[in-house]
Design a protein around this ligand. Structure first.
Ligand SMILES: Nc1ncnc2c1ncn2[C@@H]1O[C@H](COP(=O)(O)OP(=O)(O)OP(=O)(O)O)[C@@H](O)[C@H]1O
Ligand code: SF4
Ligand SMILES: [Mg+2]
Length: 398
């Protein structure tokens, strides 16, 4: 396994909840509550989980945009907390971030040249002043933008192009780690694929390691080498992409996967879905013991009192880390990468209509063909395609 570039040890971030005229602290939002993992050189670690589970907070902690309440982040073995101001700058330079929303994360009053070159103002030693314009043009070229558009403003670019600008800024300082917080979530489906392809190309060329935060499990599966599943500020499960998607052992992962939209609309409704009951509990007051026990169909008494450790547990073919007392593999649905069958379908999240409306890349709409019409007919025999139902009658949802 390649060397570790970034290491998070028991990271915790609690935000105080203040009330009253005296702004007394009456509690804490436990946004991140004990997260430990290593990120290896050149790998992509996907982080998934429902809204509010602490993904963005984790991203900010890794980049040291926020101080952790406790725990540590080390870059190439050097801990941020003990570092001098000079070392902290060096560490920061090696870890950069790309944000979700290309519409609001770029300053509308700055030219693209100023936006991409802004990091050179802070880290002036990276590129000498006279060479900055040329370096910015090289970066624009690297991310597939026209270097001659250096004097344009963000509103003159499409959403996908703006995200390329964000990526160019992210890699300007030659970082070793790029934290990507929902980098394609705001983009149309076909544009998502283009930006993901660009990120993979840059990873190959520059040897970058990514922490790829997203809630779209299909996108995460495509780009990630390993995947971590978060629930209420903690990792429920972490392992190789294949281990998480084919042999998940944590009930929460299994439920999440059972809700992944199927690329082909004719196959929707053909598989078992685990419907979780109840809302996500408040991170200000997480449940005792296993924090998933209030929604878990397998919960037993021990789950309400003893918090399960994130540790290697058998998954049917080997073992990977899972935080469940009763971890056992359960294949939910098998999917293949269908990108060679239908362009961009690997990222299809909802409807075929959206694929064809998605913008930059035209997607052939074959719904009008007889084969498609037949496939769309609910009375017609369902074709064997890329998704398969895996029934497990002994393990029903509550
Ligand atoms: N600065 C802050 N002050 C107080 N609470 C915060 C702060 N930032 C985040 N939180 C809370 O911490 C929890 C985790 O938030 P976070 O933004 O990390 O979640 P997320 O997983 O990124 O969600 P999403 O998928 O919606 O982006 C939420 O309950 C949120 O309200
Ligand atoms: S420890 Fe218990 S409550 Fe938690 S996920 Fe496992 S079975 Fe469910
Ligand atoms: Mg977020």
């Amino acid at each position: 396994m390649p060397e570790v570039v970034l290491s998070a040890q028991n990271l915790v971030k609690h935000y105080p909840i203040k009330k009253g005229v005296l702004r007394r602290t009456v509690g804490h939002v436990k946004a991140v509550d004990g997260v430990t993992f290593d990120l290896h050189k050149g790998e992509t670690l996907g982080i998934v989980g429902e809204s509010g589970c602490g993904k963005s907070t984790l991203g900010r902690l890794l980049m040291r945009l926020e101080e952790p309440t406790s725990g540590s982040v080390a870059f190439e073995g050097q801990d941020f907390s003990g570092a001098s101001a000079r070392d902290t700058r060096r560490l920061r330079r090696n870890i950069q971030i790309v944000f979700q929303d290309p519409y609001t994360s770029l300053n509308p009053r700055m030219t693209v040249g100023d936006i991409v070159g802004e990091p050179f103002e802070i880290h002036s030693d990276v590129v000498p002043k006279g060479g900055r314009r040329q370096r910015v043009q090289e970066l624009l070229d690297l991310v597939g933008l026209n270097p001659e558009h250096i004097n344009r403003y963000p509103h003159q670019f499409s959403g996908g192009q703006r995200q390329r600008i964000g990526i160019a800024r992210g890699i300007a300082l030659n970082p070793k780690v790029l934290i990507c917080d929902e980098p394609v979530s705001a983009l149309d489906v076909s544009v998502q694929a283009q930006v993901i392809n660009l990120m993979e190309k840059l990873q190959d060329e520059l040897g970058l390691a990514y922490v790829f935060i997203a809630h779209d499990l299909s996108v995460v599966r495509h780009i990630s080498d390993r995947v971590g599943v978060m629930y209420l500020g903690r990792l429920a499960e972490i392992g190789e992409e294949d281990e998480i998607y084919s042999r998940p052992t944590h009930p929460y992962t299994q439920a999440l996967l059972s809700a992944v939209p199927v690329p082909d609309p004719t196959l929707r409704g053909k598989r078992e879905q685990i419907v979780l009951e109840g809302d996500v509990p408040s991170p200000a007051n997480p449940p005792s013991g296993c924090r998933f026990h209030t929604r878990c169909w397998k919960a037993q008494d021990v789950c309400t009192t003893d918090e399960p450790d994130l540790q290697p547990r058998p998954d049917g073919a080997g073992e990977h880390q899972s935080a469940c007392h009763f971890a056992e593999p359960r294949a939910i649905v098998e999917t293949k990468d269908v990108s060679n069958l239908q362009h961009d379908a690997r990222f299809a999240t909802t409807k075929v209509e959206e694929l064809s409306e998605a913008g930059d890349t035209p997607v052939p709409d074959d719904r009008s063909t007889p084969a498609r019409a037949e496939a769309m007919d609910p009375t017609a025999e369902q074709p064997q395609d890329t998704t398969r139902v895996v029934e497990d009658p002994t393990d029903r949802p509550r």
